[in-house]
Design a protein around this ligand. Structure first.
Ligand SMILES: [Zn+2]
Length: 328
């Protein structure tokens, strides 16, 4: 079973060393193409023609891309106001120093959680569904789904903004878990995230009424197994006809390696502040990069698609719903 690893590319390197035995001395690119040859690369349906953002937009409007896989990370949540807790100096980690964590990432370590769950629940209070609103990047994916062109969205984010934007749970793989469900750490009884809301919001550690154990939201901690749902990547990525990667540094394995798991002939669009992962060290002719501000990049794509009015209407309708709902 796949486990969450915080080391740069190490998950892939470790797997390769185990599988091939003779991996030492090979370049990451060589290793990468060998590793993913079973997922469709290598047969080489690629062309040398360099694609552009307009080509991608045209392919989407002409419905040539109907099995789009989207991968996202923290960079699509920061425009909603969520601090990036992986960036030292600007993120939630710094705000959590008042809890005297031995080191920042201890907040996602299960042994530390068992000793002291308070800092994690301070983070949970901040990120619990309802505090922030999804933005154009989330609604773009919902629109893609509405048009019947979304195969699956893979997110590293734990803020639940994808669900909030109306992307159905079955179209989502929340690779690092979710606050929408929770599990008792002792008797394993399942809870709905809403059952914990009042405790989380009042700063109380939630306990299981049955056994008094601490109830932990289903967020994946370091060293914990990824959700079973994550294994959908085995069928999703070889099926994809377009990959869109947004707002991620592609640093956390095994999520990071997925960008190389689509067939070589499949276009990959990166909308991100910087070039990352295989878009730097294993670039393909079919790759398109829209670098800079993620929201700006998304707006450029939406304009090229001619989907602006439709997307605005979708976002406005949701904003009205939120304004009409009774405050808690
Ligand atoms: Zn229990």
């Amino acid at each position: 079973m796949l486990k969450l690893s915080k080391c740069l590319q190490l998950g892939l390197w470790c797997s390769l060393k185990t599988v091939n035995g003779t991996a030492r001395g090979r370049t990451p690119e060589a290793l990468h193409s060998r590793w993913f040859s079973s997922h469709g690369e290598g047969s080489d349906g690629s062309s040398n023609q360099q694609l552009t953002l307009s080509d991608i937009a045209k392919g989407l409007t002409e419905r040539r891309y109907r099995k789009v896989v989207v991968m996202v990370g923290a960079g699509i949540s920061t425009p909603s106001g969520i601090p990036d807790f992986r960036s030292p100096g600007s993120g939630l980690y710094d705000n959590l120093q008042q809890y005297n964590l031995p080191y920042a990432e201890a907040i996602f370590e299960i042994n530390f959680f068992h000793q002291n769950p308070v800092p994690f629940f301070a983070l949970a209070r901040e990120l619990y569904p309802g505090n922030y609103r999804p933005n154009i990047t989330h609604y773009f994916v919902r629109l893609l789904h509405r048009k019947g062109q979304l195969l699956r969205m893979y997110t590293q984010n734990i803020d639940g903004l994808e669900r909030q934007a109306g992307i159905p749970p079955e179209k989502l793989v929340e690779a690092h878990g979710t606050f929408s469900t929770a599990t008792c750490t002792v008797c394993l009884r399942k809870y709905d995230g809403e059952e914990l809301r009042s405790d989380v919001m009042s700063g109380t550690v939630p306990h299981c009424p049955t056994c008094k154990g601490v109830v932990k939201p289903d967020i994946v901690f370091f060293g914990e197994e990824l959700p079973r749902h994550f294994l959908k990547y085995l069928t999703d990525f070889p099926l994809a006809d377009l990959l869109i990667v947004m707002g991620t540094s592609l640093e956390v394995e095994p999520f990071a390696s997925l960008a190389g798991a689509v067939c070589r002939s499949v276009p990959r669009l990166l909308i991100n502040r910087d070039p990352v992962g295989p878009f730097t060290w294993s670039r393909r002719a079919q790759d398109v990069t829209q670098l800079g501000d993620v929201v700006g990049g998304m707006k450029t794509l939406v304009d090229a698609l001619g989907w602006k009015d439709e997307l605005d209407a979708l976002m406005e309708a949701d904003a009205e719903k939120v304004n009409d709902s009774p405050t808690e």
